[in-house]
Design a protein around this ligand. Structure first.
Ligand code: OSB
Ligand code: MG
Length: 380
């Protein structure tokens, strides 16, 4: 991925908050979500408009970021740095360097970089998929299934997704909802269903023997069993468990990815652009994993059509050899804010091909769901 794009001039950055109800509550080991309060970034340049979606949650429960904090840090610290950039023309490839003095806040940085990159690619008439280095037109689509109220309810839900054609099922787990749900899904739907689990940090270093009870079920992977800061703990678990360990929350940069791989903490990596500070860093993580023979897959954060289109573009890179959490828009939303919601086509989703991230906003619907907007203008 080389930066061969014509630079752009940013005129204004709009921060727009929308409120969208989920079609069904989404329960993980850390929360139950009924709706998302989403921060969108709209960048206006000389000849284009670009959009980015901030994936921070309503509360700081997945990581320390949350939507109100992301908006605050953008207004007070990130956007002023972008507007103060010495030369007027900028590339999206400059953004991470400009924002580097501000520690963490990767979801906020990622959303700004995504909007700038979308605008720049639209001005250059290049698709995001092409720019990032995607090699596929379609990628298989997996679905993340929340913790259910009962095993019967779980079977019904998973059966519905399999009927829709999803290529892979991921079950959310937590202590007490771990071995049994997997056993029941295997017993009901058989050994051929590609299946994996995600603990979102809910277990401890003492749970190696418990997690090893998942081994007979031939899972693709166990995602993030221990807290995000415990790389050594994951290495200990990986030695006690036959199922591959995959990290999500822990992998916040390409440096941490290299560290975790070299220390034996994971043999698979989940990549989410928001968690790592942007799509460009996501590609770097893809590359360092590829060089070390570690397969990756694209995670999701309940995105709208904006973030979803960008995730699909990323998932077309060659080392995304495992199926991602890139389900159809309708898995989460009754109506999407883009005119081209992601749809399932025989268990796959299509990479957007238009310039930038390839979608158009549904303006009237976006207005309906908007709760606030703030526009910041460059003095340049
Ligand atoms: O851990 O992968 C996760 C959603 C919100 C926060 C964290 C996670 C998730 C999911 C949903 O599993 C994935 C999706 O968007 O389909
Ligand atoms: Mg996860």
């Amino acid at each position: 991925m080389i930066d061969d794009l014509k630079k752009i001039n940013i005129h204004s950055i709009e921060l727009r908050r929308i409120s969208l109800p989920l079609v069904t509550p989404f329960r993980t080991s850390f929360s139950t979500e009924n709706h998302r309060d989403i921060l969108l970034v709209r960048v206006e340049t000389d000849d284009a408009v670009g959009w980015g979606e901030c994936v921070s949650g309503n509360e700081p429960l997945y990581s320390n970021e949350y939507v109100e904090g992301s908006q605050r840090v953008m207004i007070d610290h990130l956007i002023p740095r972008l507007f103060a950039f010495r030369s007027r023309a900028m590339s999206a490839h400059d953004v991470a360097q400009i924002l580097r003095p501000v520690k963490d806040h990767r979801m906020a940085k990622a959303a700004l970089e995504a909007a700038i990159l979308d605008a720049q690619l639209r001005e250059n008439n290049v698709s995001l998929a092409t720019h990032l280095g995607s090699i596929h037109e379609l990628v298989p689509s997996g679905v993340s299934v929340g913790i259910a109220n009962s095993l019967d309810e779980l079977v019904t839900t998973v059966g519905g997704y399999l009927d829709e054609g999803y290529a892979r099922i991921k079950l959310k787990i937590e202590p007490g909802w771990d071995i049994e749900p997997v056993r029941v899904i295997r017993k009901t739907f058989g050994d051929q269903v590609p299946l994996q689990v995600d603990a979102n940090t809910a277990f401890t270093r003492e749970d190696g023997p418990l997690l090893a009870q998942l081994d007979p079920f031939n899972l693709l992977l166990i995602e993030q069993p221990l807290p995000e800061d415990d790389i050594t703990g994951h290495a200990l678990i990986a030695r006690q468990v036959g199922t591959p360990i995959c990290l999500d929350e822990s992998i916040v940069s390409s440096h941490v990815a290299i560290d975790a791989i070299e220390r034996g903490a994971c043999s698979i990596v989940n990549i989410k652009a928001g968690r790592v500070g942007g799509y460009l860093e996501a590609v770097r993580i893809h590359n360092v994993c590829q060089q070390r023979g570690v397969p990756v897959w694209c995670g999701g954060m309940l995105e709208t059509g904006i973030g979803r289109a960008m995730n699909v573009a990323l998932a077309g890179l060659p080392n995304f050899t495992l199926t991602g959490d890139i389900s159809a828009s309708e898995r989460f939303w009754k109506q999407d804010i883009v005119q081209q919601p992601i749809r399932l086509e025989s268990g796959q989703v299509r990479l957007p091909s238009g310039s930038g991230a390839g979608f158009e906003i549904d303006g009237p619907f976006l207005s309906d769901v908007t709760t606030s907007t703030i526009t910041l203008r460059s003095e340049n």
